[in-house]
Write a protein that binds this ligand. Structure first.
Ligand SMILES: [Zn+2]
Length: 215
């Protein structure tokens, strides 16, 4: 699916860290501290209901210069949702996040859903999966995974979630140290949307959802 972004081309020495599933008080502020220590910027794909639960952490993400993307309102899998429910859930979170960047939970999105979303969102996947969320993966393997597979322009997935905490807390500081001392820079992905555009996106998607309801 060429409409999906897996990596940034011609990125030189720039790498892109992404964090899915937050923001949550148990993990996200810790991530922010360690990123600040290395002057690294990242992109946070937030779940809409977590934005509502933890607005102060959401504000902190923005005020510290990170990019925000959305990750549906209730962490839905596109494979097990109707297109109508999926679109509605995507729109709900994207409106809260005020972002054109979208990452499908579990990476599960159907070609039809891509078609419905691609004109309004940049659908961001990854080329490096840390595996931090998997309890079967040891912290050292999580670290080795990322170090071995990261190259110029890589989009790296971590999770600011309870499940990922153990691997994340081990691997992230070492990854930052490893790549920063080699001269790499960590940047956020660009969210091109403005408040005005977001209102327009919301209106169009609402129209699309109601016309799908008639099918
Ligand atoms: Zn997720």
């Amino acid at each position: 699916m060429p409409q999906l972004q897996w990596r940034v081309e011609d990125a030189g020495n720039t790498l892109y860290l992404t964090f899915d599933d937050g923001p949550i008080p148990e993990v996200t502020p810790w991530v922010l501290d360690i990123l600040a220590k290395w002057n690294a910027k990242a992109t946070f794909f937030c779940v809409g209901e977590n934005i509502i639960k933890h607005p102060e952490i959401f504000e902190q993400l923005k005020s510290e210069g990170h990019s925000i993307g959305s990750h549906t309102h209730n962490h839905l899998s596109g494979w097990s949702s109707s297109n109508r429910d999926y679109l509605r859930n995507v729109t709900q979170a994207a409106t809260l996040a005020n972002s054109s960047l979208f990452r499908p939970p579990y990476g599960r999105i159907t070609p039809m859903q891509v078609r419905l979303l691609k004109n309004r969102y940049k659908i961001v996947m990854w080329d490096v999966l840390s595996g931090d969320f998997d309890p079967a993966i040891e912290p050292q393997d999580c670290l080795d995974n990322v170090i071995r597979n990261t190259r110029s322009g890589s989009i790296i997935v971590f999770h600011d979630s309870i499940k990922a905490r153990k691997n994340l807390e081990y691997a992230l500081p070492k990854i930052l140290e490893h790549f920063c001392t080699k001269g790499y820079v960590f940047s956020s992905l660009k969210n091109s949307i403005t408040e005005q555009e977001n209102a327009a996106v919301h209106a169009v998607t609402t129209m699309q959802i109601s016309s799908m309801a008639k099918l």
